[in-house]
Design a protein around this ligand. Sequence first.
Ligand SMILES: [Zn+2]
Length: 434
Amino acid sequence: MLPKINCEEKRKFFDTFYGSGSWDVQTSIIYGSVKNVPIKRKRSKTDKKKFSRNYYIPSADGNDMKVCKKTYLKILQISGSTMHQAIAKAKTSSLCDQRRKHVPHNKSADSAIIHILNHISSFPSTSSHYCRRDSSKKYFDSRLDLSLMYRLFIDKLKEEDPNVKPPRQSLYEKVFRRDFNLSFKPPQKDTCQTCDRLNKLITAEETLRAGEADTDKLRRLRKEQELHHRKAEAARDCLKSDMENSKTEDNLTVFSFDLQKALLLRKLITGVAYYKHQLSCFNLGIHDFKSGKAVMHCWNESIASRGAEEVGSCVLKYVKSHDIGPRMVVWSDLCGGQNRNFKIMTIWMYLVQSDKTNTEEITHKFAEPGHSYLPNDSDFGDIERKLWHYPEIFAPEQLYCIIENARVKKGKFEVINTHEGGVSRWYQGRGCYR
Ligand SMILES: [Zn+2]
């Protein structure tokens, strides 16, 4: 006779399962709570089944409770085939196989794993700004580490039940490495994807034995690499000459614009802040080549996102409020969503046609991806270095103030706090900004 489970325990198991929002975590929960046991007595001689399955759900006292299959599926609201798939998937992962070998076969170990999975999933994670498209890896706040997470985990467990026996840190770390594709520090500044790809292919081709190497392929790859390097060099030379020309030619204005990676108001250091989504603030920097001055347009995610409309609004605002010569050269990186698109194009058309500005010619130049060292990068570097000195930031305005004072010797940055309404809308039907 199986013990009776109360509604609260069912609800808790259900919440744990769906609270993670990740199929990987759900798979691990299923794998951890369904156990194969050898069949002691076969019903018939033709019966080839070697194992039967027992189903457990965690209870409040830390011990798992055995339930029947029907109840188990009903609590999790999943079908039998979903459960089979999850177990098959977990089995094919070599990491999950190790769990069954190393964790002692006591009931509370699986319950502890479920608690750990749930705790790790409760931290917000972000993708990297630079390689979002190519990697599924997520990143935690860089000030977190496994020891701190474990301490927070123990605090949380003791808060729920003061008499609980917490699992060891080694188990916590093992689950973190085994079941999640997570890391703490964002990757270093972007390397060039084309360079990386070509280097790998050329090295692979070169390491092949003399008879196996495809000389034509190797020659083609080297040619491609050479061309890529020349393009990058040409873009750098062009940027340099634009910088010099802007200082000597009166009717020429050259500036570059770039969006800084999202700045999180992540400086709160109380335990609870680690579990919350933190407000992202955006900064579009515009750097004038002639004066070397930079204007930072700041807003946060409650006001607008960071697409072409927002980038376009800031650029438009800058051009309207500055004395721009008849010839204008603009530099940016090649990001299609933000800089190289139809919406930005319409701004240039508007500025050339409008009688409110005296701009007659606009050239928008794009730096070679991965090799774009725009002056904005150095501005943003100064801001990020300054931010390290501020352990606590509570409001966007405080962040903007720090940005303004990030530079001392070369003069302050001008900061424009873009309020609601400060972002122009792009009217698709009419193809213009307002
Ligand atoms: Zn490159």
